[in-house]
Write a protein that binds this ligand. Sequence first.
Ligand SMILES: Cc1cc2nc3c(=O)[nH]c(=O)nc-3n(C[C@H](O)[C@H](O)[C@H](O)COP(=O)(O)OP(=O)(O)OC[C@H]3O[C@@H](n4cnc5c(N)ncnc54)[C@H](O)[C@@H]3O)c2cc1C
Length: 480
Amino acid sequence: MSTGLSAELLSRFAAIVGTRNALGTNDDLTHYTHENRGYVVGHTQMVLKPVNRNEVAEILKLANETRTAIVPQGGHTGHMGGAVPLKEMNSIVLSTERMNKVIDLDLEGNTLCVEAGVILETIQNLAAQNDRLFPLALGAQGSCMIGGNISTNAGGTGVLAYGNTRDLVMGLEVVLPNGEIWDGLNRLRKNNTGYDLKNLFIGAEGTLGIITAAVLKLFPAPAGREVAWAGFSSPQMALAFFQSAKARAGNQLTAFELVPRIGIDYLLKHFPKYRDPLGASHSWYGLVEISSGRSIEEARNLMEEIFSQGLEGAIVEDGALATSLAQQKLFWQMREDLPHSQRPEGASIAHDISVPLGRVPELIERGEPLVTAIVPGARMVAFGHLGDGNIHFNFSKPEGMEDGDYMVFREQVNAAVFELVLELGGSISAEHGIGLFKRDILEQVKSPVEMAMMRQIKQMFDPNGIMNPGKVLNRLSDQS
Ligand SMILES: Cc1cc2nc3c(=O)[nH]c(=O)nc-3n(C[C@H](O)[C@H](O)[C@H](O)COP(=O)(O)OP(=O)(O)OC[C@H]3O[C@@H](n4cnc5c(N)ncnc54)[C@H](O)[C@@H]3O)c2cc1C
């Protein structure tokens, strides 16, 4: 392990972007070095903020020649520690925050081409101002950047109707580890000309190159949207309601989020602005959204039909439709604030997992006793994207227990949950990726053939191992 990068080398990097855009150890680097929940604190001697792809290319060329590790960073909201510069790697952080230009908007082709550092919410707003929808939506949308979203193949609440980020990307521009620029800014809906290279970079978490721009798909803005809370006696009933809503509404069912009663209790306790969404208390809740390309009336009629059918069949216990746009927003805010409402309850052992849709109730029913057998009193807060089979399977510490005493059980709890997930045919990472935190488990869940292919791809693009080393895969030099 080397002792650090020389002053001479650091000044060569700084010269590429100009000293004003190169932060050093005399600056406050906290945002760039600290994982956003404080789970891991990294270290870097320099943060570079290039303004365009040519500067990115110069940086990577120099990094490749000098074997300097580079950690790409967008909004630094990722949940897997992927953008944290690890001290032992002596890496330089490359932040895309100044690469925030809109390149073009094609309303006839329904595409938007932007640089990697554009904030997700800016893209959503730009689409809305032009009567279009960019459906990627997640709690960090005010600070995460599209390059980070693409590099993590982010999910969120719009996946049900529109797919993951991967489904929303038509083309990419990438700077390869040797400094070459690949202009793959495809705007064609059909283009069957060989290997689909862009899909290698989507979800690669910055280990294969730096995404500098992307062509995104836009959709017509819905003419009407309705949002409602539903109450259920069990996850099984919530799933039955989802299935009947999906059968009736098809892709007009644009969201279906599951929330447990404990989540509502946390929200009411820690965010006084919220009210109990339904008159009586229910064990489980669903936040249901219906969109219509035609009218508000169509969305409302469809929502009412779905609820009447659910009430008649005794699948849903109660429902409340938002009566104004402001209330729709409030309903959604409750859902987005759910993860934040867990924080004041102390340490949480969190899992971002997915199982085949029909097995979500079994995951919850079997998962809770598995964990409470390890830590009696651990409080299950299982919530999220039910319609995608993706549950944030979190457990708050038992009341009265110290955070540190709880977290010693983390590995044991993780092992029990992951074993169940795999038995149910699921995935240990539904939407947050692998990064640093799940890197060492990857080998246990992928076959040797898959691991070998992944390493060969890494070796081919990045033979010197400069791109985000130690993330997703161990460093190639660490492999036997
Ligand atoms: C409150 C909250 C709610 C969230 N909800 C969701 C959710 O519902 N669904 C979901 O999927 N995620 C969610 N996340 C996680 C996070 O917001 C996403 O992973 C997001 O896509 C990360 O974007 P970012 O710009 O912050 O990327 P960063 O955290 O900066 O980086 C993430 C990874 O991508 C790499 N990277 C970043 N930019 C580039 C680039 N231009 N080229 C190559 N590699 C790059 C980094 O090296 C790192 O490995 C949430 C996070 C928070 C804090």
